[in-house]
Design a protein around this ligand. Structure first.
Ligand SMILES: [Fe+2]
Ligand SMILES: [Fe+2]
Length: 185
């Protein structure tokens, strides 16, 4: 099932995705793959439109935070590896001021830490990811979400429904899958 993006993209993320899929471990169709990244992106952009978080950082987080998993199970350190990929791409495909890059790096590195405190954009990144837990049978717990807008019951219900149904955002099908290198997935 696919559906259209209801908010506008703050940047063309496809060049970063091309770099992401160069890694042989990337499981594009996995539980932590492109459909998850797309839902995280839309969760994050919806929250950012409400709370003023930086949509560029949210977008970069969505495709980088799980980009260096080596499996779909227990993989400690994958957040830091995603953050290190961001470092490798900085200046070429990622152009952020130091403070903004630090926020992106921190959001990626600690997205599995369970932390709820921090910069608003970092919190929004974490919430966007946690709101997609329904895909693995977990209901997002408001106590483990960071921002007021993410804890809002209608937001949780909306994200939960589409995660449980495995919705694939239309832009994943129409824009992202076209850059997929089959042998890497
Ligand atoms: Fe992760
Ligand atoms: Fe994730």
């Amino acid at each position: 099932m696919t559906y259209a993006l209801s908010v506008s993209m703050p940047l063309d993320i496809r060049p970063v995705l091309r770099a992401v899929i160069m890694d042989q471990h990337v499981r594009w169709h996995g539980i932590h793959g492109a459909a998850h990244w797309g839902r995280v992106l839309e969760n994050g952009l919806r929250l950012a439109a409400q709370n003023g978080a930086d949509p560029v950082i949210v977008t970069l987080f969505s495709v980088l935070h799980d980009s260096r998993r080596v499996n779909d199970h227990w993989d400690p350190g994958h957040g830091r590896r995603g953050a290190e990929l961001a470092t490798n791409l900085r200046g070429d495909l990622i152009t952020l001021a130091d403070a903004d890059f630090d926020r992106l790096y921190h959001a990626c590195e600690y997205h599995t830490s369970g932390d709820t405190e921090g910069d608003l954009t970092v919190q929004t990144c974490w919430d966007a990811d946690r709101l997609d837990l329904g895909r693995v049978g977990i209901w997002p717990d408001p106590r483990k979400l960071c921002t007021a807008d993410a804890k809002h019951k209608p937001m949780i219900a909306w994200a939960l429904e589409r995660s449980q149904q495995g919705l694939v955002p239309e832009f994943v099908t129409t824009e992202w899958n076209g850059i997929l290198v089959d042998e890497h997935c």
